[in-house]
Design a protein around this ligand. Structure first.
Ligand SMILES: *[C@@H]1O[C@H](CO)[C@@H](O)[C@H](O)[C@H]1NC(C)=O
Ligand SMILES: *[C@@H]1O[C@H](CO)[C@@H](O)[C@H](O)[C@H]1NC(C)=O
Ligand SMILES: *[C@@H]1O[C@H](CO)[C@@H](O)[C@H](O)[C@H]1NC(C)=O
Ligand SMILES: *[C@@H]1O[C@H](CO)[C@@H](O)[C@H](O)[C@H]1NC(C)=O
Length: 714
């Protein structure tokens, strides 16, 4: 084992300069540092933001930033913004990612050694990890993948350790490595949901081994039960606890209102500090002035303003507006009474002791008069709305003139959901539809934003046969001069509990993930990752280009190995079925089958599910699968090495293979590190026609050393 220690140390020492080379360069925002750098600032400011990824890796990034005294004020707006002169400790933040990337190298070695594989094979895999361009590039910047990959690698390592101790159950080491596996799973899935694939991998392996235990008659039923419960606690309970805890810390840190407000429901918003507390009477009577919120989207309040639609009826616009504003105020009137005071029911006596007020009830017909532009009223008619094109959508406008009382197209029936007909409408509680009786449509809003003439506000329409959630509204604030406050209950938004926030965030994250549909110039499909068809441009300036491209030799080797594995396992199955004797010793064969099977399964679990995702995908989504694939290559090489008689020839074989990968690594290094390159080498390196790193940006030999061509011309 001492020899191994030496190798691990040497690996780490060799990796450090290779991975840290020029890591501060460029001192500018690169690729998704735009997002993850900004989020670090949000944690430091404590302002709420919304993102599709779970928070652990982002919180760790923020922690590093905080420790190195970042004050949160840098504008990460676009790729290429310069860090120089700002308080962003970008070098330290990157250094942590690089360090995590470095740790991946010894981790792969230890994982294979723990699994019982030979030192040359394990070293080979570790060197492939070290000299893999995309693993290197991706861990040089402030991104989440370095954290995710290390937690994934840690999980695989711990699991290998656990399996090594599986014959001495319930000892300290056994418990330690079982919990370490669960810890890794929890952390991985708290960085990105991709960690679920790691959970699936370990889950399948666990089932396989538990099934084996069940078949082992030396294990009593009680003992089997203990085994089972231990795994449930460590591999399911622990990861869930870590995941939930991360969200708890996340929400505690982001207690102030911020850029994420517009994504979340009003209840959630009002649980953040810095929002005005809304206190409103809960009773709604005719003549009240109300603001009405859309519930199906987080688009805001029913709104109108003194601008007309440029097309359709050319009447006044009605939109959704996310912020509080006096143009959100509407007066509720009875629909077809021309003289209100005559017909009111005597529900509640006004504070002047003589006017009777009537509650608004479900099923009644109302008009909504826009307070600022009165007597314009909420109106719908048989016109096409500005954006929604289908037949079932009708335009909604604000319509009316002085001396004109309006027409029946101003009438809306209030229909509560989940409450009895004729129940009273309550502010901040009753959820209702507004049904237009003449057009038989319901007031609706989707997530469509109007163009400039509508100030980018959200379209409101009236929809026939719409789904209920997007036609739901709620009265948020009520005011009436005569409402006797001593006789009505005041109400405000209930504060959301942690679990309500947790649940809402997950719904939003899930939807946001699926909505990432628009195409991106550097996106790629899973089928293209196998052959490394596309890369991703991370940053470029003055004849330098950082371009995420894998080491093609390693990508192709992994792919070929996976396919050979599949063919061979099928072939062995065929032979086994016919009872053909193998030349390998059965134990040895079993050992390699199990090891290769595990890593092939890990590769498949981290790769195949991407085919089911409709969202935009990128090459870096393949990296966890690639890591598993490299371990599979290590196992396969170990099997091949069994054929070599002499130890020395094993080493020679391994170093020859490694040398090829290293050559390829250095060939593409200018793209990985963003170093100056020359056009001739670039064109020679254009092995696949789709690699769009753009050789024309590099100068031809003779000029290439000058990083700033403008000066050369002067
Ligand atoms: C944090 O607060 C500072 C100062 O108020 C502000 O300039 C900066 O934009 C905020 N950062 C983020 C990420 O919102
Ligand atoms: C309003 O008029 C309609 C028909 O025009 C009638 O059916 C309805 O009962 C009237 N509602 C009220 C509150 O008077
Ligand atoms: C409404 O009825 C009241 C009482 O009957 C009367 O004083 C008032 O003038 C009427 N208003 C209108 C607009 O007809
Ligand atoms: C209304 O009546 C109550 C008690 O009957 C009295 O306290 C209050 O001052 C009266 N308000 C007005 C405006 O007359």
């Amino acid at each position: 084992m001492n020899g191994d220690m030496l190798i691990v140390l040497t690996l780490a020492l060799v990796s450090l300069p290779i991975r840290f080379y020029h890591f501060q360069d460029p001192p500018e925002v690169v690729f998704d540092e735009v997002h993850f750098g900004k989020f670090a600032g949000e944690y430091i400011n404590g302002t709420f933001y919304f993102d599709v990824h779970p928070p652990l890796a982002k919180m760790l990034t923020a922690l590093v930033a905080q420790v190195f005294s970042y004050n949160g004020d840098f504008d990460f707006g676009t790729i290429g913004n310069s860090y120089l002169g700002s308080s962003v400790p970008y070098a330290e933040m990157r250094a942590v990612c690089v360090l995590l990337g470095v740790l991946l190298v010894p981790a792969s070695f230890v994982t294979l050694r723990t699994g019982g594989h030979s030192a040359p094979a394990a070293l080979f895999a570790a060197l492939l990890v070290l000299f893999e361009n995309s693993l290197s590039t991706n861990s040089r910047f402030i991104l989440l993948d370095a954290y995710l990959l290390l937690f994934t690698a840690w999980t695989l390592l711990s699991w290998a350790m656990f399996l090594k101790h599986r014959n001495t159950p319930f000892t300290l080491e056994w418990w330690w490595w079982l919990s370490a596996t669960g810890f890794g799973l929890g952390c991985a899935v708290s960085c990105k949901w991709v960690g679920l694939f790691t959970i699936a991998t370990i889950g399948c392996s666990t089932l396989y081994h538990v099934w084996g235990l069940w078949g082992d008659l030396r294990v009593s039923k009680i003992s089997f039960f203990k085994h089972f419960v231990a795994r449930i606690i460590c591999l399911i309970g622990l990861p869930i606890a870590i995941y939930v805890f991360c969200f708890y810390v996340h929400l505690e840190l982001l207690s102030l209102t911020g850029s994420g407000d517009s994504y979340i429901s009003p209840h959630f918003q009002h649980s953040l500090v810095g929002r005005d507390i809304i206190e409103t009477p809960s009773d709604v009577v005719y003549g009240s002035i109300v603001s009405i919120r859309h519930l199906g989207t987080n688009g805001g309040y029913l709104h109108s303003h003194a601008s007309n639609y440029p097309e359709g009826s050319k009447q006044q616009q009605v939109t959704l507006y996310p912020y509080e504003d006096e143009n959100n105020l509407w007066r509720i009137l009875k629909a077809n009474s021309s003289n209100e005071s005559e017909e009111v029911q005597h529900d509640i006596l006004g504070s002047d002791n003589k006017t009777w007020l009537q509650y608004v009830r479900s099923g009644e017909m109302i008009k909504l008069e826009h307070l600022i532009t009165r007597p314009r009223k909420l109106h719908s008619h048989n016109e096409k709305p500005p954006l929604s094109d289908e037949e079932s959508y009708k335009e909604v406008s604000a319509y009316g003139f002085p001396d004109f009382d309006g027409d029946a197209n101003d009438f809306w029936v209030v229909k509560t959901i989940g409450e009895a007909l004729e129940s009273r409408i309550q502010a901040l509680q009753s959820q209702f539809q507004l049904i237009h009786t003449l057009q038989t449509c319901a007031l609706y809003s989707g997530n469509k934003k109007l163009p400039d003439w509508g100030f980018g506000q959200q379209e409101v329409a009236c929809i026939q046969n719409g789904k209920i959630p997007k036609t739901l509204w709620m009265i948020e604030q009520v005011a009436h001069d005569l409402l006797p406050l001593e006789k009505t209950r005041m109400t405000s938004y209930p504060r959301y509990s942690f679990w309500q926030k947790f649940k809402e965030l997950h719904g939003l994250m899930w939807r946001a993930n699926n909505d990432l549909k628009e195409s991106h110039p550097y996106q790629s499909r899973p089928s293209e990752w196998l052959m490394l068809v596309h890369g991703i441009s991370y940053w470029e300036r003055d004849g330098r280009h950082i371009y995420l491209l894998g080491n093609p030799i390693i990508y192709w080797t992994v792919t070929v190995t996976v396919f050979i594995y599949m063919i061979l396992s099928f072939f062995f199955k065929l032979r086994q079925q016919r009872g053909v004797a193998e030349r390998f010793q059965p134990d040895l064969l079993q050992f390699y089958k199990r090891a290769a099977g595990f890593y092939a399964m890990a590769w498949a679990f981290h790769y195949l599910p991407f085919y089911l995702m409709g969202r935009q995908l990128f090459l870096h989504h393949y990296l966890p699968a690639l890591y598993c694939g490299i371990l599979l290559v290590g196992v396969s090489v170990d099997l091949v090495l069994q054929k070599f008689k002499w130890k020395l020839s094993q080493w020679i074989f391994v170093f020859t293979l490694t040398a090829i990968a290293i050559c390829a690594f250095f060939n593409f290094a200018p793209l990985s590190y963003g170093l100056p390159w020359n056009r001739e080498s670039c064109i020679r390196s254009q092995w696949l026609p789709y690699w769009d790193f753009g050789c024309e940006r590099f100068s031809t030999i003779g000029h290439f050393a000058n990083p700033n061509p403008k000066h050369a011309e002067l």
